[in-house]
Design a protein around this ligand. Structure first.
Ligand code: HEM
Ligand code: HEM
Length: 140
């Protein structure tokens, strides 16, 4: 489960970065919001929801959850443990919520530029949150 989560993360980051860059280009160059742009956004939503499911699955079997249950004070006092047991999961869930809100909101917009803008803001913010709380030292 941990390995799947670790590999799936490459896909999440790659597709999310692509979507944000694509939306920035679409917005600044006043492009038409096509079927391709919609599918890119939807694919990102699905890939990140699957990561949420894998992440939650691993979390509740991981030593981090057990450590948190047996002594929250110890976990909070240890930078590495706190990142894995608390900060990373909470931040990633927040980021995925942002992506989901962005997806819902873009559907209600009628103008192409407004759709791109919604992706830039919500998917972009999600990307920043994710980059800020990935356990980089454990990865690769
Ligand atoms: C813990 C697991 C999951 C949670 C809590 C979750 C939550 C949500 C929520 C709240 C929405 C609503 C978006 C809206 O308001 O339109 C949504 C939409 C969606 N989810 Fe998930 N999801 C999960 C797992 C998955 C998985 C595993 C997949 C794919 C295999 C998936 C695919 C989708 C798709 C495609 C939509 C958007 C439908 C649309 O608006 O066209 N989700 N999800
Ligand atoms: C956008 C979503 C997410 C991304 C991109 C992501 C990415 C990552 C990456 C790159 C790692 C390091 C993997 C390694 O050590 O090789 C990791 C670890 C971890 N993730 Fe996530 N994650 C996401 C969501 C979640 C969620 C929603 C949870 C739980 C609720 C979660 C729980 C964990 C845990 C517990 C670890 C520690 C693994 C360990 O060393 O035992 N992740 N994640």
């Amino acid at each position: 489960m941990k390995d799947i989560h670790s590999y799936w993360a490459y896909l999440v980051l790659a597709i999310l970065i692509f979507t944000v860059v694509n939306a920035i280009i679409g917005l600044t160059q006043k492009k038409e919001f096509t079927d391709k742009d919609l599918r890119v956004g939807l694919f990102t939503l699905i890939v990140s929801h699957i990561q949420l499911l894998i992440g939650l699955g691993w979390y509740f079997m991981s030593p981090w959850y057990k450590a948190l249950k047996s002594g929250a004070g110890d976990v909070m006092g240890d930078k590495t443990a706190r990142l894995l047991a608390v900060e990373h999961p909470i931040m990633m869930i927040l980021a995925i919520i942002l992506i989901t809100i962005g997806w819902s909101k873009h559907k209600k917009k009628t103008e192409d530029s407004a759709k791109f803008k919604t992706f830039v803001i919500f998917y972009g913010l999600a990307l920043v949150l994710i980059l800020s709380r990935i356990p980089w030292n454990n990865w690769f």
